[in-house]
Design a protein around this ligand. Structure first.
Ligand SMILES: [Zn+2]
Length: 425
């Protein structure tokens, strides 16, 4: 048995051997490269879950994960209090925007003279203004993949029809609202329905999957605007006397990891260095992985060897801990935390092992090497976060199990999945 497999497969590495932070990050870095297929949940979301996800999405205005947002609903004595958290700290702009959307929904809920369609357009216009760069980015990427597919030729009849529809959408690049609404309407076209089936076949060009992803993203703003307005019409009482607050305001918050300390950076540099050296220097230990996998791990680590390591506490984990630490009551008795994107591999696992038993948005299976727990991984004065260290130990065991299973399977690293389950695709 090769050495890497031996390390991960025999219990030589476990949650009590060595420094927990080092072992944890080594495992997270490896899992983010190997990307094993996880048995992530596919539990359908209720209209309330989608409402919280939609609010989160509307407040998530930038590409690249910087503004990933979570919204949770607390039942207070007389009303619902909507909490917002983000990857890192909540920006005032996101808080103000959430307040504005809810105020529009409240007006609609209280005033029978207001027309739902008008409010929906207002919310959609504001969302597109806030996310203008993001819409432009998705449009640009969609265009690239449509051109790729069109240039490959040899399309069947339904592809020709779909390409015509896609070109018609691209024509609307001068009017982002019209563009997004056209992407939303595309779901009802027969040609688009066939796309869903098409991309389950391995032989089709990868660009089709990207096209579906970017159409889904563009369509998500009209979809979210429509659904939040529907909630105001069907459940007006939810908006009576509502309140808005952000995680970090007044109540106990998760303990933020000291990401910028020299000690932490040095430790993370050592983790990456030692993993890289072991893979490069001891060829026999990677035989279980296969040469291609070993090479891709080495390249990944080499590229990032001198990058600053900036771990981020993901929005839904901050929200989960906020509800747990403050013993808050969930609105509608529904222990769900909304998020603007599907949860990642580590967030899903963290939630699964958490005593609060809170549900989050279904997982896309991707793992991020700079995922951060909501607490520094060392024994310290944060006695109210002790449960978090216990969860990390359980996560480490599961990570080692998943790494071992993946190595034994002889599979290459999996392609990173597209995280677009924006309620459309
Ligand atoms: Zn996550």
């Amino acid at each position: 048995m090769d050495a890497l497999l031996h390390s991960y497969g025999t219990g030589q590495l476990n949650s009590t051997s060595g420094d927990l932070a080092t072992l944890f990050y080594e495992a997270v870095i490896l899992i983010s490269i190997l990307r094993p297929s996880s048995s992530h949940s596919r539990v359908p979301r209720s209209s309330w879950h989608m409402f919280l996800d939609d609010l989160s999405w509307l407040c998530d205005t930038q590409s690249g994960g910087k503004t990933v947002t979570s919204v949770g609903a607390e039942q207070i004595s007389h009303a619902v209090r909507f909490w917002i958290s983000a990857n890192g700290r909540v920006k005032p702009k996101s808080l103000n925007y959430l307040e504005w959307i809810l105020s529009e929904l409240q007006k609609l809920a209280c005033d029978p003279k207001l027309v739902a369609g008008d409010v929906e357009v207002q919310i959609l216009d504001a969302a597109i203004r806030s996310s203008h760069e993001r819409v432009g980015d998705y449009l640009r990427k969609l265009k690239i993949h449509v051109e790729k597919v069109a240039n490959q030729g040899a399309c069947v009849e339904e592809d020709v029809e779909l390409l015509d529809d896609l070109h018609a959408i691209l024509e609307k690049r001068g009017d982002f609202r019209d563009l997004c609404k056209s992407a939303y309407c595309l779901r009802y076209r027969p040609s688009y329905r066939s796309l869903k089936q098409k991309i389950t076949q391995n032989s089709v060009p990868e660009s089709w999957a990207y096209i579906r992803h970017y159409i889904g993203r563009l369509a998500s703003w009209p979809g979210a605007s429509k659904r939040v307005v529907e909630m105001a019409k069907t459940s007006p009482h939810l908006f009576e006397g509502y309140e808005v607050a952000f995680v970090g305001q007044n109540l106990k918050s998760p303990s933020w990891v000291p990401v910028q300390t020299e000690e932490f950076q040095n430790a993370m540099d050592n983790v990456r260095h030692s993993l890289h050296e072991r893979i490069l220097d001891r060829g026999s230990m990677v035989t279980g992985l296969g040469a291609a996998s070993a090479a891709s791990i080495a390249v990944f680590l080499e590229k990032r060897r001198h990058h600053k390591f900036i771990p981020t506490v993901h929005a839904e984990i901050s929200m989960l801990e906020h509800f747990y630490l403050n013993n808050l009551t969930f609105a509608k008795g529904d222990r769900y935390v909304g998020c603007s994107k599907p949860s990642c591999y580590c967030c899903e696992m963290y939630m699964q092992f958490h005593p609060a038993q809170i549900r989050a948005r279904p997982c896309h299976g991707n793992a991020w090497s700079q995922w951060s727990p909501p607490v520094a991984i060392k024994e310290g004065p944060d006695s109210h976060m002790r449960h978090s260290l216990a969860i990390l130990r359980r996560m480490l065991e599961r990570l080692h199990h998943d790494i071992r299973t993946h190595i034994l399977s002889g599979l290459s690293p999996r392609q990173r999945g597209l995280d677009s389950t924006t309620g459309f695709s």
